[in-house]
Design a protein around this ligand. Structure first.
Ligand SMILES: Cc1cc2nc3c(=O)[nH]c(=O)nc-3n(C[C@H](O)[C@H](O)[C@H](O)COP(=O)(O)OP(=O)(O)OC[C@H]3O[C@@H](n4cnc5c(N)ncnc54)[C@H](O)[C@@H]3O)c2cc1C
Ligand code: SF4
Length: 406
């Protein structure tokens, strides 16, 4: 492994205006880090990566590199871009094990973080480092959010999250698993108990439904629920996946690893919204893609489609032709996710958009004073690196707020 990444580092042109850095949503200082790496300053590079993006090792594995860092490298215009993410993975993976937390003296303020996904973990690391006492409230029994319960193990080993948990504990972060905020406890309870500010990073965990007949049948499941624990589902050998986004690709690939022999994927329009990289992997695993298929209903024998009528951009504008039954043992719906509404319904002053996403200002403060939010619960389903970037802004906003409010 060391030889290719050294070769990659040597190929970097050290551009004065690094496009790769601009393409990275957290603006990772790529040429500088490559220079540190070439000087064998592994821990210095790891420290810079972690302080800019505590989820660096995760991002190195799951970012859409072709659209971000690598996709912007000038060498990619005529040949192969520098694959910095391989260097980032090597450095950040080593750093995650060897790092020693550098924590400012306690400042006496306590902060609650609701949700332990990438957004929650980023805020927890940043505030703990700055001397705040942080408690994470997590609905599930394990930390990580969609990194734990969404992205499959074959793309992101779950052991990484055990390592993150150890680092959080070393930073003095307290973790309360199995607590549903807006259910077991309320945000008002947190202020009653003296928390100076609250961060909400609860993501989007409500599967979008199709609104058609058959969705309640026994042979129908939702993609994000299936991915959380695929072994608890009996899917049979033939699976129909409705949707072709990144989540749908993970569903298809997971199904192949849990007994499916044939996985068919259906999309209303003419294009897959998934990243090309993820689509190719699903195809290599054997997934079959069917475009221009509008689902009409689901039966115990499988889904029923009509052909879509597409406009010039390949978008569906109607349906035509006869009903077509596609025989399948299981139908998995993976079209999109939205936020749950527990916190909005139970927190005075907390407002959401029509889609149920939390409204925030430029400091990521919600409409309830002292309550901040970032990540998918604000923007809808995005990516890990976007959740980190947003959470960094929220952490800065929270620290300014707490300084101003004693
Ligand atoms: C199948 C799948 C594959 C993906 N693949 C990629 C990928 O390859 N690359 C990429 O960059 N991104 C990917 N994403 C998107 C990425 O995982 C998310 O954008 C990111 O995890 C969002 O982070 P977050 O912290 O905002 O929310 P989440 O990761 O969703 O974390 C939210 C946390 O809050 C907890 N929570 C929710 N409600 C409550 C409550 N009321 N009380 C207490 N805790 C609560 C949840 O249990 C969860 O732990 C994928 C997503 C899915 C579903
Ligand atoms: S965080 Fe993601 S986009 Fe940025 S350099 Fe790392 S892998 Fe590339």
């Amino acid at each position: 492994m060391a030889v290719p990444i050294v070769t990659e580092a040597n190929r970097c042109l050290q551009c004065k205006k690094p496009m790769c850095q601009q393409g990275c949503p957290v603006h990772t200082p790529i040429p500088h880090l490559i220079a540190l790496f070439k000087e064998n300053r592994l821990m210095d590079a790891g420290k810079e990566l972690f302080s800019n993006n505590p989820m660096s090792v995760v991002c190195s594995m799951v970012c859409d590199h072709e659209a971000q860092c690598a996709g912007h490298c000038v060498l990619g215009k005529k040949g192969q871009p520098v694959q910095f993410y391989e260097i980032e993975k090597f450095v950040s993976d080593a750093y995650l094990d060897r790092m020693k937390p550098e924590i400012m003296p306690p400042n006496g303020k306590t902060v609650a973080v609701i949700g332990s996904g990438p957004a929650g973990m980023t805020v927890a690391f940043m505030l703990a480092q700055n001397g705040y006492s942080v408690t994470i409230f997590e609905e599930k029994n394990m930390i990580g959010g969609m990194l734990q319960y969404g992205i499959p193990d074959f793309r992101l080993p779950k052991s990484i999250l055990d390592r993150y948990k150890r680092r959080l504990l070393e930073y003095g972060v307290h973790i309360r698993p199995h607590v549903v905020m807006g259910g077991d406890l309320m945000i008002d309870n947190l202020f009653r108990d003296g928390y100076a500010a609250v961060f909400v990073g609860t993501g989007v965990w409500r599967p979008s439904t199709l609104g058609i007949r058959g969705e309640t049948l026994a042979n129908v499941h939702f993609g994000i629920s299936y991915l959380a624990r695929p072994s608890s589902y009996t899917i049979g050998e033939t699976v129909a996946v409705i949707g072709m986004g990144n989540v749908a690709m993970d569903v298809a690939r997971t199904a192949f690893r849990h007994g499916a022999r044939r996985v068919m994927m259906f999309q209303r329009g003419s294009k897959s919204p998934a990243s090309e990289h993820e689509r190719q992997f699903a195809e290599l695993d054997g997934a079959e893609f069917f475009f221009g298929k509008s689902i009409q209903r689901i039966t115990p024998e499988g889904p029923v489609f009509k052909n879509s009528v597409l406009n010039e951009n390949g978008r569906p504008i109607g349906v035509e032709g006869e009903d077509e039954l596609v025989r399948a043992d299981t139908v998995i719906i993976a079209i999109n996710q939205g936020p749950k509404d527990k916190l909005v319904n139970t927190t005075h002053g907390l407002e959401a958009t029509e889609r149920g996403l939390l409204k925030v200002d430029e400091n990521n403060m919600t409409t309830r004073e002292g309550v901040f939010a970032a990540g998918d619960v604000v923007h809808g389903s995005l990516t890990v690196v976007h959740a980190v970037e947003d959470a960094k802004n929220a952490a800065q906003g929270m620290m300014r707020y707490m300084e101003e409010h004693g």
